[in-house]
Design a binder for this molecule. Structure first.
Ligand code: HEM
Length: 335
């Protein structure tokens, strides 16, 4: 065999193994990595970008799921993890949802059939419910989850989607959470935190989120990514609202729409009033009214003290026609 081909093959194997080791290290030190990423927003963005740019990472993660013996080999090289990562918000980080009752708890693996037996009908069992594959004993809430309770349909199964869709029909009581909105993913994460805090975590449900060894599935990681992206979007949204607080608005059949800015408009407390401008979102034709700081340095470059136009020159802004550009109030026909 040609020497170059041999070198190439050896190099490929080394790169693949290095990838697997990196994945295992990440897996074992999720909590620390999560903390570091949360403390360094730029690192967090870089990590998310890396995951998006290199889908191979995504496929490397479950290598251990399919080749558990690799994990055993690695156990000789790496110290065992302190605890099993179990929270819905561990990787990548969304909000630091630290489950309080899951870490060293004895956990059990349930098949869907086994969990079904805990639907509350048998008074000696549960009720238990699952959300994102995590099973909780909700016995202390049996007035909600037990027979005749308003939320009994959650018992004995994983109906994750219904927690945010509000669709409590059989078709809606499902564990598939793909294609939800950002608000829904954040809602789901909040439900997991709720059960972590208020109820006893008992184990994992084998199926969509965990395999028969209790290892997270690819779908589990997808869900974590969706939740994490939702939090990133929310964070970006908050940043944007801080820079461009929404205007107050009211409509009157005689005068049309009145848009105006105050030091509290859009619910954003600040020490400036600003002037109304149309703010366009990149890639969208829709705009919203934003109060724009019209003095001092631009927000993205606070050291530019010789610039006294605030954020007025931001490329996504447009003046409202027939409005005084330096006044905090204007009357317009809204789009
Ligand atoms: C997506 C829609 C909804 C979902 C998934 C949902 C889910 C739940 C769950 C799981 C509980 C039990 C919480 C626990 O374990 O303590 C609960 C309690 C409750 N829910 Fe909802 N809910 C929804 C919508 C609503 C709406 C629209 C209302 C009111 C109009 C409502 C009123 C209540 C009340 C009052 C309780 C507490 C009952 C009590 O403590 O006795 N829920 N909800």
């Amino acid at each position: 065999m040609n020497t170059y081909v041999k070198i190439f093959m050896v190099a490929s194997v080394c790169v693949a193994l290095a990838g697997v080791v990196i994945q295992e290290v990440i897996e074992r030190h999720k909590a620390e990595i999560t903390k570091i990423l949360n403390e360094n927003p730029s690192l967090k963005v870089a990590s998310q970008t890396a995951h998006e740019l290199f889908p191979v990472f995504k496929f490397l993660r479950p290598v251990f799921t399919y080749f558990p013996s690799l994990r055993k080999v690695l156990s000789f090289l790496l110290p065992p993890p302190e605890s099993t990562p179990t929270t819905a918000s561990t990787l990548p980080p969304a909000t630091p949802a630290t489950p309080t009752n899951t870490k060293k708890a004895k956990e059990r693996l349930f098949t869907p059939q086994q969990l079904k037996a805990y639907d509350g009908k048998d008074a000696s069992k549960g009720p238990y419910l699952a959300i994102l594959g995590r099973v909780y004993n909700v016995r202390k809430g049996k007035k909600h989850y037990g027979p005749g309770g308003g939320y009994e349909f959650f018992s004995g199964r994983d109906a994750s989607r219904a927690y945010v869709s509000g669709d409590f029909t059989e078709a809606g009581l499902i564990d598939d959470v793909s294609g939800l909105s950002s608000t829904d993913y954040i809602g789901l994460d909040e439900w997991v935190k709720f059960y972590d805090t208020d109820y006893k975590y008992v184990g994992k449900l084998i199926g969509r989120y965990y395999d028969e060894n209790g290892e997270p599935t690819l779908y589990y990681y997808d869900t974590q990514r969706w939740i994490s992206q939702a939090f990133t979007e929310k964070e970006n949204d908050n940043q944007e609202k801080k820079m461009f607080p929404p205007c107050n608005s009211e409509w009157n059949p005689e005068t049309g729409s009145r848009l105006w800015c105050t030091k509290r408009s859009g619910g954003i407390e600040r020490d400036w009033v600003g002037v109304p401008r149309k703010l366009f979102m990149p890639g969208q034709s829709k705009s919203r009214c934003a109060c724009v700081k019209n003095f001092g340095a631009p927000s993205h470059d606070p050291k530019r003290i010789n610039h006294d136009r605030g954020d007025l020159d931001h490329p996504n802004l447009q003046e409202y026609p027939k409005c005084e550009p330096d006044q905090p109030e204007c009357y317009v026909k809204l789009d």
